[in-house]
Design a protein around this ligand. Structure first.
Ligand SMILES: [Fe+2]
Ligand SMILES: [Fe+2]
Length: 310
């Protein structure tokens, strides 16, 4: 096929909302955008294990520990599917890991906040995984095949994550006044950072438009944020939790909830590296990577035909 024919093929696949596959021709900028987005997503899953992993050794019961372990292991799996999807675009795993550890590529700002009580496990499941679901369900229809297929599996597990969080909070809200207070305090800390997970407002999101034209993104940041708020307010009411936003109110003419403006300077600072836990998260990941070197060496030797114990 000629250059213009392969280009026409790409445009046509995008126009009919079909999938681009690894062997198809694609514009360089499309490939770069995808590598950046999928890598950032993979890094978020991996770093996202840390805030909740912090509580595995202190879970209040065997049942809670089993649930939390399963959830954190799912996040590791999500990271691995996504690194594999990124590798189909011609980047290596080593490069991706290096980009995370050197700060060349980012991960979701939400994971730079600390987890101060066990209620945070519930709040993260309910709000953070809830926000992730809003972001990720439309990505099941993204134009790049391996990314979209990874997202289908991931979304099924994310809904389990959200439910376990909601169920934990419901149990605590039926508990003692101290437990109820613990939940409210936790939600107060995580509400605004959860809204920031959808990224800056549309007018300050320079790459969004092109990503939408390419079918990588299917909805704008502000639309997804609104969807999340609309979904979450009735759940907060059912739980008996007060969301920390005085301007939150049903708007009958818009048929949506109105809500206040997140502190965008705070988001910019956390992305820049000045969040409460940025340095700690990367340091922990670097140590885990170094501690795992022997596993990678053993796997490489085994793949090359040696035997364990040679
Ligand atoms: Fe995940
Ligand atoms: Fe999750």
């Amino acid at each position: 096929m000629t250059d213009s024919a392969v280009e026409a093929h790409f445009d046509e696949v995008i126009a009919r909302h079909d999938r681009i596959e690894p062997r198809d021709w694609m514009p360089d900028a499309y490939r770069r955008t995808l590598v950046r987005q999928i890598a950032q997503h993979a890094h978020s899953e991996i770093i996202g294990m840390q805030p909740e992993g912090n509580w595995i050794s202190r879970a209040p019961s065997l049942r809670r520990k089993a649930i939390l372990l399963a959830k954190v292991q799912d996040e590791a799996g999500h990271g691995l599917y996504l690194y594999s999807a990124a590798e189909t675009l011609g980047v290596s795993r080593d490069e991706l890991v290096d980009n995370l550890l050197t700060g060349k590529q980012k991960y979701s700002s939400i994971f730079n906040y600390p987890t101060l009580s066990y209620a945070d496990v519930g709040t993260i499941g309910w709000l953070v995984d809830g926000a992730a679901i809003c972001n990720q369900v439309p990505l099941c229809r993204t134009s790049y095949g391996p990314y979209g297929r990874a997202m289908i599996r991931i979304c099924k597990e994310e809904s389990f994550h959200q439910r376990q969080g909601y169920e934990l909070l419901m149990t605590m809200m039926r508990g003692t006044p101290e437990q109820q207070e613990m939940v409210q305090e936790s939600v107060n800390r995580f509400w605004w950072p959860s809204l920031m997970m959808f990224g800056p407002p549309d007018e300050n999101s320079p790459n969004s438009e092109r990503s939408m034209a390419w079918g990588i993104k299917r909805n704008s940041n502000d639309d997804l944020r609104q969807k999340f708020v609309d979904m979450t307010v009735p759940q907060a009411d059912a739980l008996g939790i007060c969301l920390p936003d005085p301007s939150l109110a049903w708007n009958a003419s818009r048929e949506h909830y109105d809500f206040g403006e997140p502190d965008w300077d705070e988001l910019a600072a956390v992305i820049r590296g000045d969040g409460p836990c940025n340095a700690q998260r990367i340091e922990h990941r670097r140590r885990a990577h170094e501690d795992g070197a022997w596993v990678r060496e053993a796997a490489t030797a085994f793949a090359a035909g040696g035997e364990i114990g040679d």
